[in-house]
Design a protein around this ligand. Structure first.
Ligand SMILES: NC(=O)c1ccc[n+]([C@@H]2O[C@H](COP(=O)([O-])OP(=O)(O)OC[C@H]3O[C@@H](n4cnc5c(N)ncnc54)[C@H](O)[C@@H]3O)[C@@H](O)[C@H]2O)c1
Length: 249
């Protein structure tokens, strides 16, 4: 522990597992107080039981009024807000445009894009008082590239890139906004697919020159950097954390 986030207050969504869980834990170990948010029924309180700096809130980030309620809870608890980590996301059911289920389209957009917009909107007035505001979103390889299928996921992750760049412009001198572009990270989203499709898993593992899958902690370390004062001049970027997979021809 180096105290990189001493005195800061953060919101982390999707904090009951994977990248959000690891990031909330690392932020707290670096001195931040954290409001960890996840869906009702997820083991949020259990996974953070040993961290006194983490307060847990069971909330669906897509629910009407959720963004205001989450930001209000952070302000009530901490009296300030410095970091918003919009991490909760879904791949949805996937599928090609021709036969894609529009309900899935709306579901994925609601979570991966609209909730990020709403939480940013609700948080900005408080982030502006921080002196070093940080919005960190989660993009993907699919913020830049596409394949057939996963139309809703790919569309939202491209949009997250655009939204983040706008946020970087609008936060201006008050702070920064960036998005992480994880490679293949072993989490609740990917592990079932990798188990179901070993060839797909092999492809991603071999594609990364470092020769392994990513762990949630690999992403949490990048989130910590972007959240810290060390990244004060880094804004509007997508930060690849993919073991070199995307630059590997
Ligand atoms: N794992 C990867 O390889 C990978 C790659 C690129 C991008 N991502 C992105 O990383 C982010 C985190 O995913 P992960 O891989 O850690 O998966 P994960 O499934 O382990 O974690 C996602 C968390 O979000 C929560 N969540 C889902 N819907 C929610 C809602 N409506 N309200 C509140 N919480 C909700 C889930 O309950 C879960 O705890 C996502 O945005 C995902 O698109 C992951």
């Amino acid at each position: 522990m180096t105290g990189l986030l001493e005195g800061k207050a953060a919101i982390v969504t999707g904090a009951a597992s994977g990248i959000g869980e690891a990031s909330a834990r690392l932020m707290a170990s670096e001195g931040a107080r954290v409001l960890a948010v996840d869906l009702p029924g997820k083991p949020l309180a259990q996974v953070h039981a040993g961290s006194p700096s983490i307060i847990c809130m069971d909330m669906d980030v897509t629910a009407l009024g959720a963004a205001d309620a989450i930001v209000a809870a952070a302000i009530d608890a901490f009296g300030r807000l410095d970091i918003l980590f919009n991490n909760a996301g879904t791949v949805g059911k996937g599928g090609v445009v021709e036969t894609h289920d529009e309900a899935d389209w709306n579901f994925v957009i609601g979570l991966n894009l609209t909730s990020v917009y709403r939480l940013s909107k609700a948080a900005i007035p408080f982030l502006k008082q921080s002196g070093a505001a940080r919005i960190i979103n989660v993009g993907s390889v699919r913020s830049d590239f596409a394949d057939s299928g996963a139309v809703a996921y790919t569309s939202t992750k491209h949009a997250v890139a655009g939204l983040t760049k706008v946020l970087a412009c609008e936060l201006g001198p008050y702070g920064t906004a960036n998005y992480i572009q994880p490679g293949a990270i072993l989490t609740g989203i990917t592990s079932p697919a990798f188990e179901r499709m070993p060839d797909y898993a092999k492809y991603w593992k071999e594609r990364a020159p470092v020769g392994r899958f990513g762990e949630s902690e690999d992403i949490a370390n990048a989130v910590l950097y972007l959240a810290s004062d060390e990244a004060d001049f880094v804004s509007g970027i997508g930060l690849w954390v993919d073991g070199g997979a995307v630059s590997h021809y």
